[in-house]
Design a protein around this ligand. Sequence first.
Ligand SMILES: Cc1cc2nc3c(=O)[nH]c(=O)nc-3n(C[C@H](O)[C@H](O)[C@H](O)COP(=O)(O)OP(=O)(O)OC[C@H]3O[C@@H](n4cnc5c(N)ncnc54)[C@H](O)[C@@H]3O)c2cc1C
Length: 740
Amino acid sequence: LRDLPAEARIVIVGGGVAGASIAYHLAQLGEPSLLVDRNQLTSGSTFHSAGLVGQLRGSVSLTRMMMHSVELYRTLDCGWVECGGLRLACSPERLDETRRQAGWAQTFDLPLELISPAEAVERFPLMSDDGVLAASWLPTDGYLDPSLLTYALADGARAGGCDIHTNTRVTGIEVRDGRVRGIETDRGSVAAELVVLACGMYTPEVAALAGVHVPIVPMAHEYLVTQPFQERRGLPTLRDPDHLVYFREEGGGLVMGGYERESAPWGLDGIPPDFNGILLEEDWDRFEPLTVAARMRVPAMDQITVTRLINGPEAFTPDNEFCLGESEVGGLFVAAGFCAHGLAGAGGIGKVMAEWIAAGEPQLDLWQMDIRRFGAHYRSPQYTLARTKEVYETYYDIKPPHHERSAGRPLRMSPVYAWHAEHGAVFGEKAGWERVNWYEPTGIAEEHRACRETAALFDETSFAKLEVTGDLQPLCNRTLGPVGTIKYTQMPNARGGIECDVTVTRLAEDRYRVITGTAFGGHDRAWLEKHGLEVRDVTFEYACFGLWGPRARDILPALDFPFMHWREVTVGSVGVLAARVTFVGEHGWELYCPMERGLELWEWLWEAGQPHGLVAGGYRAIDSLRLEKGYRVWGADITPDVTPAEAGLAKGDPPRRLRCLVLEDPRRIAFGNEPVRAGDEVVGRTTSGGYGYTVERSIAYALLPAAVDGDLAVGLSGEWVPARIEREPLYDPDNARVRS
Ligand SMILES: Cc1cc2nc3c(=O)[nH]c(=O)nc-3n(C[C@H](O)[C@H](O)[C@H](O)COP(=O)(O)OP(=O)(O)OC[C@H]3O[C@@H](n4cnc5c(N)ncnc54)[C@H](O)[C@@H]3O)c2cc1C
């Protein structure tokens, strides 16, 4: 064994496919690293992977990452077979999903086509077309040899100066003043500026050495390998999500795996310290239902001898997205939790992580995969487990727009939760919070109308609320006003993209309350702290209710002060910070009070509002109201990849712009990610959409080249619905309602 160096600028822990790819991409950027693995390269989950590489995923960034993987694999000696991939649709709902995905694929530049069952059989002659309505066909999908890939990446990394030490176990992580300083191993310590944990399912235990919590659960995942029974045919990969199974060719035989309805979490009390290069025992009972489905789809499976059933654990996250990025310990990065997509993802994962590490910020919008998305509630092992089981067991299920998950609910509740339930609320969940989507007896349309015509009351207690001390101005692209005022502002990143989109309540000369979206508290907090500000999360200290509508002033006549100002007032007998802001485009306030007084305040407002036609409303009405008014949503319309000028939130002449589209057919609704066409060319994608009940139009926002104009069309489930760009906002363009 060679001696470990005493120091290295960048240390990567984990020699699976992820660690090797990060080392490879760092080397490409001229950043040599030190990689250590407690055992051999590939001896974690990587060696027993089925090696399928599919590219189409639900988000642009993730799909781009997968596409980068394929481009890279074509150039490496990794057994890459670009055989194409088939995905079957066996129900009308699945067909609709497939069409929606085909729409996304167009905006991602993926050559995905919809084909008939007969064409699918032509490509995969062993399959039965029983029950198949259509299939999608992606000619650039394929499979590879996981170990070869890892070794090829490691070789490339070595050639760029990476120093790889196997049989070197990390036993400690040194942290001082909130930053990582190095690692301790069973073979000595290494001082380091940056440490990347790419330890697969072992990541939680390694991260814990630095006091960092990573919500990853190892789950046993199985596939079988058959004996060769035919000449190699160049079959494509085949996925039959309605029957939970996937196939690929292996020599002259098949590999077949799937997602069991009954998942098998593993190693919950700790992964054995010598668990490397080992498989779990075959679990035929759990796999049996999948073999029945497989025989139905590929009847030849009946006659083929199975060589072995591979059962191996793999790192899953509670939302089935990767876990990437810098932890709360400065310089300590995580890249793990690949949810059985680590091989497909590795190329892209290596690239985005290397760029992130080198630049200190991700170079594209990775929010969905960002470790900061996990709030404190994921510290509960039971909650994390319940959520992870749910995503595994429903992996192939159709998730229509507005899909809500059910595991681990209810978790976080506003003080008004019981009142909402008694009044027929239909709840949705965000970041663990139960939020009213709408009230059954009233309905979204009625709630919307009340807000425009009389008044509506919304429970927005789940808003993330951060109290910030220090000089906030340098981070903001708008000038903050004096104490007593409120500013809506963006915080741009180094690329000029919108890293945070917040309202800032100036409480004192150097103290602010920053309000941001329910799920963005961790993200925004990290951004503020990274820039030297002191942040206290007060989300759980204050309830927040939005009271808006033309009659709001009749309900609270004493609250007579200008737009974008705040005052401390008493409502009923509750002390309240009233902020005159709006996300719905009507006169009114956000009212913040101590959490324990929330119910009392809500009930007082409810009673006081009855003579004025007050209606309680939910988040779906808010969404319809804000769309009409052109208010942007971070994470959808605006992201770290979109600049304020592109978003129409600052002056400038950018080459692409966020535009308001109106669909010709008001009954057709866009949800986001749909392709937008000008003539025959796909020119962009929608970012969000919905129905505006006041303007009575179907609205979609879309990022489009600035020059695009005229007649457009939005691709909704395979149909092109005519649309045109409209001047925005559609509702109250002069802001008369808000300022009145
Ligand atoms: C049955 C099965 C089938 C799969 N099929 C596919 C598929 O078809 N397509 C696909 O894309 N993905 C698939 N996957 C998923 C894929 O295998 C994983 O996502 C991927 O291999 C994870 O790689 P990794 O580098 O993150 O982790 P790992 O390969 O687990 O590597 C982590 C490494 O960290 C090391 N380590 C841990 N602790 C320490 C420590 N304290 N000090 C030093 N080193 C440490 C370990 O020794 C290990 O080598 C499958 C997984 C399973 C289980």
